[in-house]
Structure formats: C-alpha cells, structure tokens
Design a protein around this ligand. Structure first.
Ligand code: RIB
Length: 304
C-alpha cells in the first residue's frame, strides 16, 4: 500500500514578536527566520520520519527548489511535485510569541495553481487500498478528494485551514484529523467548547470515520467505532508549536499503517508532537522515529 500526501509546500517566514500584532498597530519583530513548511510538506516529512514510505504531490515556483530538496532529504518521493515557471512558491507569515504560540497568514502561490489535470496525472500512479492524505492549502481539493474516493483510495483529511467550502467534503474522509479551533468552526460552536462535546457532535456527523481531535497542551481525543481514546500531552517546555499538529498527523497515520492499534498510534503521535514543540521551525523540528522511541516523552507515555 502506498501513501500519497497531496498538499502544500510553503516557505515559512517566522517573526518572533512580543505579542501578536493588533488591529491598527505597527509592531517590530525581534527576529526573522526562514524555514521549510506547509502543512502538506510537514505531514509528508512526519510520515517519512515516522517510518512510512510517502509520495508527495503539489506545486512550487522556481524559488521553491529547496523545499523539494528537504522532502528528498527525508526520503519522500517527489516526482509528482510540479515546478511552475510563472508562479511564486506559497509562503506563510508566522508570528511566534514568547511562549511559543503562533498565528499564521498564508499566501497560496503555486499551491493554488494545482489543477484537476495534475491531480488526475498523479492519481494514475495510485490504486484501490492506497492512502491519500490531504489538507486545505491547495486548489482543486474537491476534485482531489472525489477522484481519490472514486479510485478506491482511503482518504485521510486534515481540514485546515477550515473554510466554508469544506463541510460537504468532510464526509469523504475515512480518517479525519482536526484541532479544537477547526472543530468549533465546523460545528459553529463557541471557541471554548468542551472537547468531549465537540467529539460527540463530530461522531454523530461522521459516524464511519476515525476522528482525531487534537487539543494542544490538553492532549488529543480519538473516536474509532464505538471507542473513545484519550491521550494526554507530554508536559514539555514549548518554544514553537508550529507543525505540532502536522507531526501528530504524520506519526498517527504512520503508526496505523505499520499495524499499531489506535491507542498505540495516539501515543506514538503525542510523543512525536511533544518533541516538535521543543525546537524551532516547522519541518526542521519534526523528530525521527528513532528519536521518538528513545525519548523521555515516549517513556513517560508508556509509564502512564
Ligand atoms: O501547520 C504549520 C504550517 O501551516 C506551517 O508550516 C505553514 O506553512 C502553514 O502551512
């Protein structure tokens, strides 16, 4: 079985700020760093570092060659990434606060030049039983999800960023991975809604899907059939939470693919995400399988 992650590749410009810029305010950043990122790229790298064999598809401009190299370095197959001559690579402007929290502004660039034709070409290399992983940072997402389902692929969807085009597509997902902000937006609930209630509503709406609800420092919940699994987060000193959710997604799916049960995959994912937040940047902060398995974070989870 093959894993195709069809998703964004971004250049992340990370500005360290004393607080997130407010309406009408001009604010000086303390530092600027540039990292490889994009939810698609991060999740492909997380899958590969967790031990899965992954194909990444997407699009960059001529300024995005280093993003493709980063995927190659992580042993992700990159033949289905197209380099477009007249479009800039997508980028993200990320404000990072002193406590490691972030807020992200996206510019789609080449990610928004993905066409149904590129999708059809790519899906031609995959068949029934393979797994597609997608996020919401590329164009033609409805075509991607519907075509993958029509070919018999299993679909894992991280509906991020959430927008109004997504709700009708979520029913196509066999595995749904989202955070509490996205769940509240989807269900039109208050942002501080009780996570257990969010999960209950998600299960009612998508009874056939495995649903993973990540909750940051409060851990994660997973509904799989009749069972609900609760996974605590490992307490660590977070310096940058960017890509924590992407790491969780990649390690959770890689765990399932290698035969772990849902509870084991949740532990594997939580340990990996705990390490990610202790380092700066998106993709560069994603740990290897070896690092996760030998980490205190994993031992702490096993000792629970
Ligand atoms: O999930 C983190 C990612 O979101 C960043 O790398 C940024 O590029 C945006 O896609």
């Amino acid at each position: 079985m093959k894993v195709l992650c069809f998703g964004s590749l971004n250049i992340d410009y990370v500005y360290a700020v004393p607080h997130f810029v407010r309406r009408g305010e001009t604010l000086s950043a303390d530092t600027l760093q540039t990292f490889t990122g994009g939810k698609g790229l991060n999740q492909s790298i997380a899958l590969a570092r967790a031990g899965a064999e992954v194909w990444h598809a997407g699009a960059v401009g001529t300024d995005g060659a280093f993003l493709v190299e980063a995927l190659n370095d992580a042993r992700v197959q990159t033949e289905s990434i197209e380099t477009l001559p007249d479009v800039r690579t997508g980028h993200a402007v990320i404000q990072k606060s002193a406590d490691g929290d972030n807020c992200i502004l996206l510019y789609g660039g080449a990610n928004h030049a993905v066409t149904p034709e590129q999708i059809d070409r790519t899906l031609g290399h995959f068949s029934a039983g393979d797994l597609l992983l997608a996020q919401n940072e590329i164009s033609a997402l409805p075509h991607l999800l519907r075509s993958a389902k029509a070919r018999g692929l299993r679909v894992a969807l991280n509906p991020s960023p959430m927008d109004e085009s997504l709700p009708p597509l979520l029913a196509l997902a066999d595995i749904l991975l989202l955070n509490e902000v996205e769940a509240s937006q989807l269900l039109r609930c208050a942002p501080d809604s009780d996570p257990e209630q969010l999960l209950t509503q998600l299960r009612e709406r998508y009874p056939d899907a495995v649903i993973v609800l990540t909750l940051g420092a409060a851990g994660a919940l997973c509904a799989d059939g009749g069972a609900v699994i609760r996974q605590a987060a490992i307490p660590v000193h977070a310096v940058d939470t960017t890509a924590a959710g992407d790491t969780f997604t990649g390690f959770f799916l890689a765990g399932l693919l290698e035969g772990q049960n849902t509870a084991q995959a949740m532990r594997f994912a939580a340990a990996a995400a705990a390490i990610t937040v202790t380092a700066h940047g998106a993709a560069p902060s994603i740990p290897t399988r070896k690092k996760v398995l030998s980490s205190g974070a994993f031992c702490d989870i096993l000792a629970e």
